[in-house]
Design a protein around this ligand. Structure first.
Ligand code: PLP
Length: 485
């Protein structure tokens, strides 16, 4: 996949299509000076070097990575047209592509009948689901776990819907006893279940929430913005394609998910709605989320009449079933092209997720065996959480765990040679002691290290990553405390 070639092909195809409409004069107001462009472009690319190297496996921090070259080529080819998927008038070709990819996402989720569309983000997808929840269950609260994405509380505030927070268990998953107790009071009309939390990658037991919620007549929304594509690994056959691309250590067993995790992901099929972000684990550039509803009838909540946009078709427009107006048609084209080449099957896109999952499992084994690192909890998907071990075999002290974790992160990213980029997650003293009963809780909260291994290349780079992080953790034993943070 030579990016330069396919970008060129996109430009050629656009020019060829455009030429069919005949020559026309370009306006002088649009002209830019070549020399000025040279200077400005130089400045742009120089400033972009101020980014972190998300593309490299030495970046093992936040949920970030570049799009697949196929997605970039598809996006660029369609961006030349710049269609708007709000309405068929704005994007007839890319709206059709959007309907096709939504169909594929619905197939992966296990939705039979469905209504859905792409969104500009997971937050927007969740907002639409919460909006439909409010309209379907007026006057009730939304239950979310304490580990749910922070935007649920924000969007509920926006919608004027009260939020009820459900505590989590010692692995960061929604506590079923607490949820039962809450639902029995009748205050909540909807429960948001996160299948893959952003901080820990914990998967709420959705397969157990669904029957409970049904008993109380409560709606279920799955926030699978990050974890949704792991559904591809939830059917048992999870080895993924190797194609000689891995180093041979990769075996099918390690890619597998825990039975509870797999069951939870399969239960997405029974939810009233689900949000999935192709711009997280679907190899897409930012600007691509998705929301799906199991009941196509919820379209009635979106009804509106636009005086100027719907004139070309009697078919329902994507804009009639979404809250956003303008939306990138190129985002649909990019996803459409990506799924042509890496379809939503275990051997397609699933192989990409399987590699990250194997890397997470393998790293947690190495961390377990290391005298310099301690696991915070075992990875349920591809997020590894850990912290520098104490120098003597004494129980972890929260204040030191936080300082040492931040020390490792800062030293790693500021290293002149062999930098490594990690992130930290804040955890409460209660959450920490739930995992380490012997911990000394000398602070209300602390920070642990967190690495999202969402690039398949992490699997091949793992030994180096581990060595480097171990080295930094070891140095943190003797390192003088840095000031000013
Ligand atoms: C990332 C994320 C969101 C928010 O999605 P955006 O696309 O960043 O707006 C919501 N929920 C979960 C679980 C996420 O990981």
């Amino acid at each position: 996949m030579e990016l330069e070639y396919w970008l060129g092909r996109g430009v050629d195809a656009f020019r060829e299509w455009a030429s069919a409409y005949g020559e026309f004069a370009t306006h002088t107001s649009m002209a830019v000076d070549e020399a000025a462009c040279e200077v400005a472009f130089e400045e742009l690319t120089a400033r972009l070097r101020g980014s972190y190297p998300f593309f490299h496996p030495c970046y093992a921090g936040q949920m970030l990575k570049p799009p697949h070259p196929v997605a970039i080529a598809g996006y660029a080819a369609a961006m030349l047209v710049n269609s708007n998927n709000h309405a068929l008038d704005g994007g007839p070709a890319t709206s059709a592509m959007e309907e096709e990819v939504v169909e594929q996402l619905a197939g992966m989720a296990g939705f039979t009948a469905h209504l859905g569309h792409l969104t500009s983000s997971g937050t927007q997808a969740n907002l639409e689901a919460l909006f439909v929840a409010r309209e379907s269950r007026p006057g009730t609260a939304v239950a979310v776990s304490a580990e749910a994405h922070y935007t649920h509380a924000r969007m509920c505030h926006l919608l004027g819907v009260p939020v009820q927070t459900v505590p989590v268990d010692a692995r960061g998953r929604m506590d079923m006893g607490e949820l039962d107790r809450l639902l029995s009071t009748g205050v909540a009309g909807t429960v948001v279940v996160t299948t893959g939390t952003t901080a820990l990658g914990a998967v709420d037991p959705l397969h157990r929430v669904v029957p409970l919620a049904r008993r109380y007549g409560v709606r279920v929304h799955a926030d699978a913005a990050y974890g949704g594509f792991f559904r591809l690994l939830a059917d048992g056959r999870t080895d993924g394609r190797t194609n000689g691309r891995t180093d041979g250590r990769a075996d099918g067993r390690r890619a597998s998910l825990a039975p509870e995790t797999a069951a939870a992901l399969r239960a997405i099929a029974q939810c009233d709605s689900v949000a999935i972000d192709p711009h997280k684990h679907g190899l897409q550039p930012y600007g691509c989320g998705a929301v799906l509803f199991g009941d196509p009838d919820v379209a009635r909540f979106f009804r509106h009449d636009s005086p100027y946009t719907y004139f070309t078709s009697r078919r329902p427009h994507l804009g009639e079933i979404s809250l956003e107006c303008s939306r990138s048609g190129a985002a649909a084209a990019a996803l459409w092209l990506t799924l042509k080449l890496l379809p939503l099957i275990p051997d397609g896109l699933g192989a990409v997720l399987a590699a990250g999952r194997r890397a997470a499992v393998r790293w947690s084994e190495l961390i377990n065996a290391s005298p310099y690192l301690e696991p915070y909890q075992p990875p349920e998907l591809d997020i590894v959480t850990y912290y520098p071990a104490s120098p003597v075999s004494s129980p972890p002290r929260l204040s030191r765990v936080g300082v040492a974790s931040e020390e490792v992160m800062h030293r790693g990213m500021n290293a002149k040679e062999d930098p490594v980029f990690l992130s930290v997650a804040r955890v409460s003293a209660d959450a920490f002691t739930a995992r380490r009963a012997d911990a000394v809780a000398d602070a209300d909260d602390t920070h642990v290290l967190r690495s999202v291994l969402m690039k398949p290349e992490s699997e091949l780079y793992l030994e180096r990553l581990h060595q480097r992080v171990e080295q930094l953790a070891k140095a943190s034993w003797t390192a003088p405390r840095r000031r000013g943070r």
